[in-house]
Write a protein that binds this ligand. Sequence first.
Ligand SMILES: NC(=O)c1ccc[n+]([C@@H]2O[C@H](COP(=O)([O-])OP(=O)(O)OC[C@H]3O[C@@H](n4cnc5c(N)ncnc54)[C@H](O)[C@@H]3O)[C@@H](O)[C@H]2O)c1
Length: 350
Amino acid sequence: MKVKFAVLGAGYIGKRHAEMIVRNENAELTGFADIRPADTLGLDAFGVPLYNSLDDLLSNGPEFDVLNIATPNGLHGKQAIQAIKAGKHIVIEKPMALTKAECEQIIFQAMANHKLVFCVMQNRYSPPSVWIKNLLDEGTLGKIQMVQVNCYWNRDERYYKAGNWKGLQELDGGTLFTQFSHFIDIMYWLFGDITDIKGRFEDFTHQSNTEFEDSGIVHFSFLNGGLGSFNYSTSVWDKNFESSLTIIGSNGTVKIGGQYMNEVEYCHIKDYTMPLLPPSNPANDYGPYKGSAANHNYVIDNVINSIHQKIAPTTNALEGMKVVEMIERIYGNNPYFPAKKGLLGDNYFS
Ligand SMILES: NC(=O)c1ccc[n+]([C@@H]2O[C@H](COP(=O)([O-])OP(=O)(O)OC[C@H]3O[C@@H](n4cnc5c(N)ncnc54)[C@H](O)[C@@H]3O)[C@@H](O)[C@H]2O)c1
C-alpha cells in the first residue's frame, strides 16, 4: 500500500520533498499547507490541494500518514508536536528544532503516540560519506587523533532578504543551525559526541541582515578520543569555497572536500587502496548560491521502508536532537547572540 504524505511549508525545500514523493512509486502526495497565497507558491503542477495552515490541513484535508515539515526552523518543534498528536508520522527538515528541550518534547510525544520521527540529514547518503563511515567503523584509519571540519560558504544579500525568516534569531537560529547542521551531523555520526568546547565568533559581513554571527572557530575533544575543530563562515565573497573534513588517524590521513564534502581529495592509508566511488549527486541549486547534497529521494525511500518495518530510520529523532544539543553547547559562549537579537525587528509575516 502506498504511504500518503502531506507537505507543510511549500517553499524551496518543501517542493523538493513533494517532487521526491511524487517520483516514488510507493508514495502518494495528498496536499500542501502554507500560509502564503497559492499564486505565490508555484504548486499547480502537483495537482493536489493547498491548505492555509497546519490546523486547516489537519481539520479539512485528506487522510495521510506522514507530514513533511519544511517550514522555518523556529516553527518545527511546535508543528511537529501538533502533527504527532494528530496521529501523523513526521519528517522534519534540519534542524529538528532550535532547542534540545523542544526536541525532547517531540520525542516524548512520538513515543506516547507510537509515531515515527525522521530527521533530514541527506548528506549522509553521499558516496564519500558512506565510504568514510564504513572505513571508520572498520577501524581502518586506526586511532583517530585529529579531525578538522572547514565550512566556508557564501550567504550575502542575495540570500538574506527583508521579510524572510532567514537571518532572524527566533526563526533561523543561527549559521550553525541553518547552513552547517549537516556537517555537525556528519561529524557526530562519524566520531561521536564532543566535550570541552571553546569557540570564538565574529560577524564580518552580516551586520545589517542577520541577528547572529557569520563565522566561528570552535575546538573541542571527542569523548571517543582525539581533538577536533570546526571552522565556519558564510562571509566568503561571491560563492561557496568548500566544506571539508580532514582526518588524521594513526594508520593514515583522509581529506574529503569539494563544496559540500562530495569529493575525496586525499586518501593515504596503510595497506589500503582507495576504491572508485560512484559520483555524488549535485548540490541543491538556489540560483546564485548552492546548498547541500540533493539527496532527498533517499530520505523518502527510508521513510517508506521504515513505516513498512523493513529498516530503521537513517537519521532518527535522537540523532536529530543530538545535533541541536551540540549546536546549543557550541553557541553557549557566543557573544553575538544577545548583542544582535532583535536587530531586524519583527518583520516576518508569520
Ligand atoms: N536539507 C537541506 O539541505 C535543506 C536545504 C534548505 C532548507 N532546508 C530546511 O528546510 C526548511 C525550509 O527552508 P526553505 O529554504 O525551503 O525556506 P522557504 O522560505 O523557501 O520555505 C518555507 C515555507 O514555509 C512557509 N511557512 C512559514 N510559516 C508557516 C506556517 N506557520 N505554516 C505553514 N507554512 C509556513 C513559508 O510561507 C514558505 O513557503 C528550513 O527548516 C531549512 O533549514 C533544508
